[in-house]
Write a protein that binds this ligand. Structure first.
Ligand code: NOJ
Length: 762
């Protein structure tokens, strides 16, 4: 290692006099350093830097895993590796690269750290429901501290794909349907992971993914084809990527799907024209898992052709498929790619390594003493508990059934009431389900001595063994009980008969969402529905704790239950956080970031839809208007929706002026009053509608929000400053500008329940 460090240090000094043309002010010596290093590299070594492998530790997300990992590293054929965890293994693997290859170039160590490393936080869709950017940033910071303690310093997160289709299982991994909120979350996560200094051993490089349009897969079926206008791309799907780039994200992952008929991984318009030329991205682009190879199945040619096409399009690193490694030498020989194409990609990968500080010390993220100190600390678990409670969304609370009293008998029933395996949620490969707190334990911890908690499972998540087998790929998520469904139901009824209140914990198993987790039916599965119908017969107050990783169609449950608390998959502190909210130690404040449909037929359903020429008014059927014969247009719960144990009243919207122009500001204000008995947080939301424009515009778009805390009885004036920027959009010609004219501003507690005012921009 010393030898390499000396060699590289020497290089640093010798090159410091040869100046780069446009040195990055943050890294004044990087350009010359990388140039000198590349001058020593053979073409094979350069191509080796573009190769990302996995030995298959962790969860392989495709059919292939890399072979002869050690041999390839020693041969200088590897630029990065993922699925290797812990300082010992990382040190061993890094030693192969720095001690046994000719130039000793260190490798990148990556992983999917999606919602926490070992301290697992709520699924990302849940995190977004907190509308709390400081909190989300904190989650990413904790994840970075834990991951780097285990030797991982390159993260395949955040996923910022906008999605309108809850059939798609990966909505769980994103921030929902809104580009404005999505952009804020993207920025918060990138800042949280990367901190102020990528070379800090407690921060990691982020990857924003999947570029682009992955969330628009037709019919919500994972990996499916996509087709959309450029206008929609720029106005809706791109903003979170742009925000991540503006926050200096280190890398970007291309997506599996095609974009205008060309797979994203080989799409030059996307990876070069938009990403590099339009947005000035200067990090590197990594493919998704074998997505270069998958261009063969897309019908774009053989491995050599698709690899050359991807490199030329602007892809820098090839994940697992080794198309670059095995075919680029031949393509170079045949003139299909140039040495400059390879140099460009190699330079970007080396620059990332430079920024991470690997050339100063390839082992800066390897410290055998850190895991013990930094992973799963009490402090991190406390953050996980607090964060989880803040993501829960109260969907219904008739007669103030919640919060529960800490007295009397509580029947805690349902297949997720005493379960560890589903608490972490999807895509938590570094977490350990066995460390999670089940709801029963959390409720007992908090219920106190005055109350009695009786438990019964009541039903399976699903009774269907074939379905269970598909869901149980990473371990048992759906366990089908030895007892008959009838026996379980009777046991639950016996518990319920004794109780003052019934709390039923129902929903989805964690692997019913996530990658390759698409569903066509978004209702609770039948055994759980049966359980709820029976429980209702008791006439006792019925509280639903709903664990879901996507919007579900729960019209029937909304009728059956007196209260519904949506908790997503809450992470390692699940039980404690849920108990905190059920007993009122924390007053729920989460708001939906995806619309909940009434039925699957309404999908795609989202609040920021564009106007039609025949809009439907109200929820009444009108012939020759845009509506359905069998269901109203309105959703079950709109975007931004979420109740509190207290109530908030909004005054009318006041404007400080009726019009403003470029360079000016207009202030829209409301007074929000906590009119209930509890202190609580509220997310005050501001939407704008461009009333006349050169293209059809959304009926409203989120343009601001503030999460505030009001004590019972307290009132506060909340101001939103509106500038030209808030009115800008991409027009027909993809120019980003504001058009003068009339606008509506709406402020309220969710996207439907708002107060309105009108202004002009001149
Ligand atoms: C495939 C997924 O699409 C991507 O999000 C993930 O980062 C890679 N697999 C690596 O696990």
């Amino acid at each position: 290692m010393k030898r390499i460090a000396f060699y590289l240090l020497g290089l640093l000094f010798t090159v410091s006099s040869s100046f780069a043309q446009n040195p990055d002010p943050k890294y004044p010596n990087m350009d010359s350093f990388v140039k000198e290093l590349m001058a020593k590299m053979t073409i094979e070594e350069k191509i080796g830097q573009l190769n990302l492998i996995t030995p298959g530790g962790g969860i392989p997300t495709g059919e292939a895993v890399s072979t002869d990992v050690e041999g390839k590293i020693k041969a200088g054929n590897v630029g990065g590796i993922f699925g290797v965890y812990g300082p010992e293994l990382v040190r061993k693997a890094q030693e192969l690269a720095v001690k046994q290859t000719r130039l000793g170039i260190p490798m990148l160590f990556g992983s999917d750290v999606i919602h926490g490393y070992k301290t697992t936080f709520p699924i990302p869709l849940g995190l977004s429901a907190s509308w709390d950017m400081e909190l989300i940033k904190k989650v990413a910071e904790v994840a970075a501290v834990e991951a780097t303690a285990d030797g991982i310093f390159w993260n395949f997160s955040p996923m910022v794909d906008i999605a309108f289709d809850p059939r798609w299982g990966r909505v769980a991994e994103g921030a929902g349907e809104d580009p404005y909120l999505g952009a804020q979350v993207a920025r918060a996560m990138v800042n949280g992971y990367q901190g102020n200094d990528l070379a800090d051993p407690r921060t990691m490089m982020a990857t924003v993914k999947h570029f682009a349009l992955y969330g628009a897969a037709e019919a919500g079926r994972d990996y499916n084809t996509v087709d959309m206008s450029r206008n929609r791309m720029f106005n809706v799907y791109f903003p979170p990527f742009k925000a991540a780039i503006d926050a200096d994200v280190g890398s970007i992952m291309s997506s599996f799907n095609d974009v205008e008929g060309i797979p994203a991984t080989g799409n030059k318009w996307l990876l070069t024209d938009v990403l590099r030329e339009r947005w000035g991205f200067d990090g590197f682009v990594v493919s998704d898992y074998t997505s270069v190879n998958e261009m063969i199945a897309h019908g774009l040619g053989d491995l050599q052709q698709v690899s050359a096409m991807s490199l030329k399009a602007g892809l820098d690193m090839d994940m697992v498929g080794e198309g670059f490694l095995t075919t680029l030498p031949k393509s170079l020989e045949e003139g299909e790619v140039t040495e400059e194409d390879i140099n460009k990609a190699c330079r970007r990968v080396l620059e990332a390594k430079y920024k991470l500080g690997l050339f100063d010390d390839p082992f800066r993220y390897v410290d055998e003493a850190r895991p013990e100190k930094d992973i799963l600390s009490d402090e991190h678990r406390a953050v996980a508990r607090e964060v989880a409670a803040r993501t829960f969304v109260l969907l219904k609370n008739e007669n103030q059934v919640l919060p529960l009293n800490k007295s009397g008998t509580i029947a805690l029933v349902g297949p997720l009431a005493n379960n560890k395996n589903n608490m972490l949620g999807t895509w938590a490969p570094t977490g350990d389900p066995q460390l999670s707190v089940p709801i029963l334990e959390g409720v007992k911890n908090l219920a106190g001595t005055e109350s009695d908690v009786v438990y019964a499972k009541g039903s399976n998540i699903s009774d269907d063994p074939e379905f269970a087998e598909k869901v149980n790929v990473f371990g048992t998520r759906i366990d089908i009980d030895d007892r008959s469904p009838e026996e379980m139901l009777e046991e639950a009824m016996t518990a319920a008969e004794k109780a003052d209140v019934i709390v039923a914990v129902v929903g989805e198993a964690s692997e019913m969402s996530g990658e390759s987790g698409s569903m066509s039916n978004l209702s609770l599965l039948e055994p759980q529905k049966k359980l709820l119908r029976r429980l209702k017969e008791t006439g006792k107050p019925l509280v639903l704790v709903l664990m879901a990783a996507r919007p579900m169609t729960i019209e029937e449950e909304m009728e059956l239950a007196d209260a519904i608390l949506l908790t997503w998959h809450p992470g390692v502190e699940a039980g404690n956080a849920i108990a905190d909210v059920l007993f009122g130690d924390y007053n729920p404040s989460g708001k939906l970031t995806m619309t909940f449909p009434r039925n699957v037929g309404q999908i795609p359903i989202y609040y920021a839809h564009r106007t039609t020429g025949r809009p439907n008014e109200g929820d009444v059927f009108q012939k020759f208007r845009s509506n359905y014969l069998d269901v109203p247009n309105s959703p079950l719960y709109p975007f931004g929706y979420g109740l509190s144990y207290t109530t908030f009243e909004y005054s009318d919207v006041k404007l400080n002026k009726r019009e403003f122009s470029a360079g000016g500001t207009l202030t829209a204000s409301v007074t929000v009053t906590n009119t209930g008995k509890y202190d609580g947080h509220e997310v005050v939301q501001m939407y704008i509608h461009d009333m006349v424009a050169g293209i059809t515009r959304p009926v409203k778009e989120l343009k601001g929000f503030q999460k505030i805390f009001l004590e019972a009885g307290e009132s506060r004036a909340i101001n939103f400053k509106i500038t030209e920027d808030d009115l800008k959009f991409y027009n027909y010609y993809l120019e980003y500008l504001a058009e003068p004219g009339e606008f509506e501003v709406f402020i309220g507690t969710n996207s439907e329940d708002v107060k309105q005012a009108q202004f002009s921009f001149r």
